[in-house]
Design a protein around this ligand. Structure first.
Ligand code: AMP
Ligand code: MG
Length: 347
């Protein structure tokens, strides 16, 4: 059955190209899931196929959102309860695959991407649909959380079970789930024969193919002003993810406290304002953007190398732009007063 939102939101954009060529058709839909507005565009000659593709994306994203929601009752909150009680959790193969990929990325990031610090994220008030308000947590509470410092190294996976040797492990996959969900959606699209599409969840996206003769072109949000700081034309099958301190935050006593927590200090990471990563795998791009944000201006090249990520742009607090050579070759800056540092070409 055709969902009602689809009738409301499916828009065909027709552009007539040269007179001997078929008209370009981009079908678009907007979905609300994964805590954000998701734009799906499918470039296809056939409307029914495009509608089916959009339904595939909606189904995949909704399934991951339901499964891994960190603060509404979900299979994840159940897993967290069982781990807190020291129980062995029985898991299916999809869960195994999800956690295994997160564990590998966490290890490669030296545990800066640390999806076991759910208690710390909750302490900072970010396990809520609303913006936290009031003071940051008391130092003693942060210190208490830091003495625990769990990581994915405390988690043991078999094909059917999950255990932890650390009672403080509480999963929060907010830094990785969106990427994973987009990967799943795009893999399903490819299986359905879709070759040209883009799934864009609030600026984090994976694109395949092109928009006819033009590449998909996307903007990277300016971290401190309205508008975009850069644009990127995607090439083949690519994901672009950005982590920024402007996404979820609260202000108190003139200071900003945001949602990307440095597991070493227990505080929001404070050496960058945004990090953008291009990679062919969306889950890797997502986890890496978060990890490199925490790594900051000096440590990011090393962590990027370990994570197998070679297209990175990090914007520091003073708006200095750091990037790899490979990112510099791909990104088009839309501002002209930036101080730019390009990091060596072996990155
Ligand atoms: P992102 O926007 O992808 O950088 O993800 C940020 C979200 O990931 C936060 O809202 C938290 O749910 C979670 N998070 C915060 N700090 C970390 C961390 N050090 N490692 C993994 N996940 C984190
Ligand atoms: Mg992320």
């Amino acid at each position: 059955m055709k969902p009602r939102w689809l009738s409301l939101l499916l828009i065909a954009t027709l552009g007539i190209s040269a007179c001997s060529e078929a008209p370009l058709q981009v079908y678009k839909a907007k979905l609300f899931t994964l805590g954000t507005l998701v734009d799906v565009s499918v470039f296809h000659p056939d409307e029914a196929a495009a509608q089916q593709a959009i339904t595939i994306v909606e189904t995949e994203l909704a399934a991951i959102n339901r499964q891994w929601h960190a603060w509404r009752d979900s299979p994840l909150t159940l897993i967290n309860q069982q781990l807190a009680q020291g129980k062995t959790v029985t898991i299916d193969s999809a869960t195994h695959h999800f956690i295994q990929q997160a564990q590998t990325l966490a290890a490669d990031s030296d545990q800066l991407f640390n999806p076991t610090i759910g208690s710390l994220v909750e302490l900072w008030g970010f396990h809520s649909d609303d913006r936290p308000d009031g003071a940051p947590p008391a130092q003693e509470k942060i210190d208490a959380a830091l003495t625990q410092s769990p990581s994915m190294a405390n988690v043991t996976l078999t094909v059917t079970t999950l255990t932890s040797n650390h009672p403080a492990v509480q999963f929060d996959f907010g830094a990785f789930g969106k990427g994973y969900a987009i990967d799943r959606a795009v893999e399903q699209l490819k299986l359905a024969g879709i070759k040209n599409a883009i799934v864009n969840a609030g600026g984090d996206l994976r694109a395949i193919g092109s928009k006819g003769k033009q590449p998909w072109r996307i903007g990277v949000r300016h971290p401190t002003e309205a508008g975009v700081i850069a644009s990127i034309e995607t090439n083949g099958d690519e994901s672009v993810f950005t982590s920024g301190n402007y996404e979820r935050f609260f202000d108190f006593d003139g200071r900003r406290y945001h949602h990307i927590i440095d597991p070493r200090s227990g505080y929001p990471a404070n050496d960058a304002v945004s990090v953008t990563v291009i990679h062919n795998n969306a889950a890797t791009a997502d986890a890496a953007a978060t990890a490199l944000f925490i790594a900051g201006t000096t440590q990011w090249p090393q962590i990027a190398k370990q994570m197998g990520v070679d297209k990175v742009m990090l914007i520091g607090n003073d708006l200095t732009i750091y990037m790899t050579q490979k990112m510099a070759q791909r990104i088009h800056l839309e501002i002209d007063d930036a101080q730019i540092k390009i990091i060596g070409n072996d990155t």
